[in-house]
Design a protein around this ligand. Structure first.
Ligand code: NAG
Ligand code: NAG
Ligand code: NAG
Ligand code: NAG
Length: 507
């Protein structure tokens, strides 16, 4: 286990496939149909799942029981408020994870609309071999559906007021609950937090969480990185809106190199914690949206992360963007899933501000130039200093470069860009290249004119801000000199109003 890849493969195998604790054999038979791992006790009408309600941020939950209306009163269920129910996932240790309590507290503390906060505790069915837990997921879904139907019949509580939040295997439990409700009693909303991948990837919509399971289904994918053809979180879109933070495969701050250090230091205990990092990030992104009402992370519909990284997808037209987490908007829904992308920070608050920058360099050498720039952005509120820019594949003739820049800070409206060709040493090499490709002499210029470098000129910088949807154009402050000079900072100012005139001048 000398390299991080080995470690990660080991982790996936350890966490998802094998659970030697229970000594069960590894049987990857189709789940759900036929053999039921646990039978419900129909006569007692007791559910295997414990349903808890939380009165305040800190209590450990009050159990409500199917067909016992008195428990609703005891637990202060308020039928005129929505019900948000948390559903945990598969368990390796039989304990509720700390995030569940954080989620309860966050839901209780949000001010927009008070809600009943509940939890479906199916630990006795989740603390098994993964494949057994997967089979049990259907049963839990059916029990949740039974509870919701009972609420509808006994206290006229409409399922459309229910929001299920399921993590990992719990996401598919939510989906099963939704499908057992049937079309006439559709659940209002289901949120799938990094829904489990193994045994669900490429399954038919009936066998996993799908947009059919609720009026509004949203999913956050945070750990879809594949090893041995398996990924912990499901890759395929499974919702009306599928959010892929940082591309969805892996998350910043969850590096396996870091993890490896932890393992050598803290032994195997660190493993579960670390492998959960990216998987559980979905949960913390969601909690973050509850705790930072004024800092909602915006995500944008895009084909893939590669296009998103080029800044090509920052549009909000026709429902193409949505905020990630609790405050996601339903919008007009088609049955087709929308895949949305965004960048996040490594810790809370996770929000960043997305910008697309488009630049066209003119008068190029034939050889691609590998150059580094530093850009400083001056906004009405803040200034962001010296962001490093490296253009993919170097600069070639007259090509327009489009790339994504993300800022942790809200700089307000962008008013000025300072652009600097970094690193004179690099430039000196470039200069030689330029000289060898463009043989020119001073004689070709008019006598009165200053000699100019005929290397790199930046015509204009076009910017689109994702969060404000504002489009801006910036031109060189000194319009007579569009050339970039080595190690010299060039200031670009807004020039939309007279951009045509400016362009003509620059030409
Ligand atoms: C079902 O519940 C009843 C009453 O609680 C109990 O007497 C009975 O033994 C249970 N049956 C099973 C199969 O667990
Ligand atoms: C239930 O919630 C409603 C709306 O917030 C409130 O007016 C009412 O007092 C609550 N009922 C109880 C019993 O707390
Ligand atoms: C482009 O290069 C030519 C000579 O190679 C020069 O005359 C011209 O001014 C340059 N144009 C710009 C915009 O730099
Ligand atoms: C780049 O654009 C300039 C002006 O628009 C043009 O004169 C020049 O031929 C172009 N160069 C290439 C390599 O296309």
């Amino acid at each position: 286990m000398e390299n991080p890849l080995c470690v990660s493969i080991f982790l996936i195998l350890c966490i998802f496939i094998q659970s030697s604790v229970h000594g069960q054999s590894l049987e990857l038979e189709p789940f759900g149909r036929g053999s039921q791992a646990v039978e419900t006790n129909e006569t007692s009408q007791e559910t295997e799942t414990r349903f808890l309600l939380f009165k305040d941020k800190t209590d450990k939950g009050c159990q409500i029981r199917l067909n016992h209306p008195d428990t609703l009163q005891q637990c202060a269920f308020n039928s005129s408020l929505p019900l948000v129910m948390i559903i945990h996932g598969w368990s390796v240790d039989g304990l509720l994870e700390t995030w569940t309590w954080q989620m309860v507290a966050a839901l209780k503390s949000q001010q927009v609309q008070p809600v009943n906060v509940g939890m479906a505790d199916w630990m006795t069915l989740a603390y098994h071999h993964y494949t057994v837990a997967v089979r049990n997921a259907r049963l839990v879904g059916r029990e949740i559906a039974a509870l919701l139907k009972w609420l509808e019949e006994s206290v006229q509580f409409s399922p459309s007021n229910v929001h299920l939040i399921g993590y990992s295997l719990g996401a598919h439990v939510s989906g099963f609950a939704g499908s057992y409700m049937g079309r006439k009693h559709k659940i209002g909303r289901i949120t799938g937090l990094d829904a489990a991948g193994p045994l669900f990837e490429n399954a038919s919509p009936n066998d996993r969480l799908s947009p059919d399971d609720a009026n509004f289904v949203d999913a956050i994918h945070t750990f879809t990185q594949e090893h041995l053809g398996l990924s912990v979180g499901i890759k395929q879109p499974i919702a009306h809106y599928d959010f892929y933070p940082n591309g969805g495969s892996f998350q910043p701050g969850c590096d396996f190199l870091e993890l490896y250090k932890h393992i050598t230091m803290h032994g195997l205990n660190a493993i579960t914690k670390a492998v959960k990092c990216a998987h559980e990030r979905s949960v913390h992104l969601f909690i973050d949206s509850l705790l930072h009402a004024g800092m909602q992370s915006m995500a944008y519909q895009c084909r893939d992360m590669a296009s998103f990284s080029q800044g090509l997808c920052l549009s909000c037209r026709e429902g193409r963007c949505n905020s990630l987490g609790y405050h996601a908007r339903r919008g007009r829904q088609s049955r087709k899933s929308k895949s949305l992308f965004l960048v996040t920070r490594a810790q809370s608050p996770f929000k960043v501000y997305h910008y697309q920058f488009k630049m066209q360099f003119i008068n190029q050498t034939e050889e691609p130039l590998k150059v580094n720039f530093a850009m400083s952005l001056l906004g009405t509120k803040e200034e962001e200093q010296k962001l490093p820019i490296t253009l993919q594949g170097g600069i070639t003739s007259n090509k327009t470069y489009s790339f994504l820049i993300t800022l942790d800070l809200d700089i307000g409206e962008l008013i000025m860009i300072k652009f600097k060709w970094e690193n004179y040493q690099v430039w000196a090499n470039v200069w030689k290249v330029v000289q060898s490709f463009i043989p020119w002499g001073r004689g070709t210029f008019h006598e009165k004119e200053e000699p100019v470098y005929s290397g790199l000129a930046l015509k204009s910088i076009r910017v689109k801000a994702g969060e404000s949807q504002q489009r801006m154009t910036f031109c060189s402050e000194n319009m007579n000199d569009p050339q970039l000079h080595p190690a010299q900072e060039k200031t670009f100012v807004r020039c939309e109003a007279n951009s045509k005139k400016l362009k003509q001048k620059i030409r």
